[in-house]
Write a protein that binds this ligand. Structure first.
Ligand code: SF4
Ligand code: SF4
Length: 417
């Protein structure tokens, strides 16, 4: 049996078919379909091992999973469904290959940040020139299926206006020196968050350097292209070797989550496994880092009722749940209110909507119902994919709540001091 299938087979043995995972699966909650819950998906994968189904017949059950691990919260033996799903996706990719668009993004754009930036600028130009609006008006985006409909999730303003790079001034007597892993989405889609992060870190006497890291590898990893993910991880590990820093800071839950898993990814690479450990040990979400060093208390008051959405890759995968709440509650004037199911996926799951727009929107609608019940006027999170998804939902549903990133709110509080 090939190694990938060996791992899947061993992991599957832990599932006892109890069905408790139904309680935590966003896709099951919005569809009620048995094969959409971990128990069903795992049973189908087992059928492939037993020779009853072909793997190619499982593309939909494998790819309509959010890989959020909401099931794990309710699973007595702790089955890592996301890992089994991703392993099976990798086997499927080996069998049937990739689409041209995946090859373009994973092999040509993500390993090369300047190419990625040019592609984003092209997108910005399409927005600014009015072609995006015209294409929508003519119904062309709908012809592109889910991916065409998902383009609405991108910010409505031309991206180019915000593409001003990340300034990294140096405090006079820095107490810490950190490397900022901005991430592809942070650098290209939400640079205002990156700029706020640098200001907040500087306010804490932290010197920030912004090295030329490439993509963390999460997009190819989740689409089953493990080789591309490993290639990106090796480049980042190599770059991190030369950095003299106290920490590697992220403001993207997905980047942080995968960077912390580099030791697993590179475990069988004898040249790099020690370096991968060294890198992973330094990775901190910005909320973790700020709470560790102690928040500067001088902030201006911001009068808001605030609720918080836990990104899966921050709360469940990195176990960072208390720090964002602690920071919110430290801002004078903020009234924090917990929402129901705060740790349930918002349906973003990276780029899930590109292939499953309707399902993604159903999961998002459930999240927004929980947000609306809090009466909050600010919806805070710590992940660019969640931020864009939530902002899209707020626009589509005409809600009054305003989505923002934690670090942007903190930056406002310091600027108001
Ligand atoms: S809760 Fe865990 S053990 Fe039970 S059916 Fe779901 S995945 Fe299997
Ligand atoms: S990983 Fe998420 S979407 Fe997939 S089965 Fe588990 S809870 Fe459901």
């Amino acid at each position: 049996m090939p190694e990938g299938w060996q791992k899947i087979s061993e992991a599957l043995l832990r599932c006892n078919s109890c069905g408790f995972c139904m309680a935590g699966c966003p896709i099951y909650k919005v569809t009620g379909i048995e094969w959409a819950v971990a128990r069903g998906r795992l049973a189908l994968i087992r059928s492939v091992l037993d020779g009853e189904l072909r793997l190619s017949e499982l593309a939909e059950p494998l790819f309509n999973c959010l890989a959020c691990n909401g099931c794990l919260d309710h699973c007595p033996p702790g089955v890592l469904t996301d890992e089994i799903i991703l392993e099976a996706r990798a086997e499927l990719v080996k069998e049937r290959g990739q689409s041209w668009i995946q090859r373009l993004i994973f092999h040509r754009l993500l390993p090369n940040p300047s190419r990625l930036k040019k592609a984003t600028r092209l997108l910005s130009w399409l927005q600014a020139s009015g072609l995006r609006t015209a294409a929508r008006g003519l119904g062309l985006t709908r012809l592109m299926g889910d991916a065409g409909r998902a383009e609405r999730i991108l910010p409505p303003t031309p991206l180019g206006r915000a593409l001003t790079g990340v300034p990294a001034p140096r405090p006079e007597r820095p107490s810490y020196r950190v490397a900022y892993f901005v991430g592809c989405a942070g650098a290209n889609l939400t640079p205002q968050v990156a700029q706020a992060a640098v200001r907040v870190l500087n306010r804490h006497g932290v010197e920030v350097v912004v090295p030329d890291f490439v993509c963390c590898g999460m997009p190819p990893y989740t689409y089953g292209d493990v080789e591309s993910a490993l290639g990106l991880a090796r480049k980042n590990v190599e770059l991190a070797r030369s950095l003299q820093v106290d920490a590697i800071i992220t403001t993207c839950a997905s980047c942080g989550s995968l960077l912390k898993r580099y030791p697993d990814l590179l475990a069988e690479d004898p040249e790099r496994s020690a370096q991968a450990n060294a890198l992973a040990n330094k990775v901190r979400d910005i909320s973790e880092f700020l709470v560790d060093i102690g928040l500067v208390p001088e902030m201006g008051a911001l009068r808001h009722r605030v609720t918080y959405h836990d990104p899966c890759h921050l709360g469940r995968f990195q176990k960072v749940t208390g720090q964002p709440r602690q920071i919110l509650q430290s801002i004078p004037g903020v009234e924090f209110v917990e929402m129901a199911e705060s740790n349930m996926c918002c349906g973003a799951a990276g780029s899930y909507s590109l292939g499953h727009y309707d399902l993604s929107m159903k999961v998002l609608a459930r999240k927004l119902e929980n947000v609306a019940r809090t009466g909050a006027d600010l919806l805070v999170t710590c992940c660019p994919a969640c931020s864009l998804q939530l902002a899209h939902g707020v626009r589509e549903h005409g809600l009054k709540v305003r989505p923002t990133e934690l670090v942007e709110l903190l930056d406002r509080a310091y600027r108001a001091a």
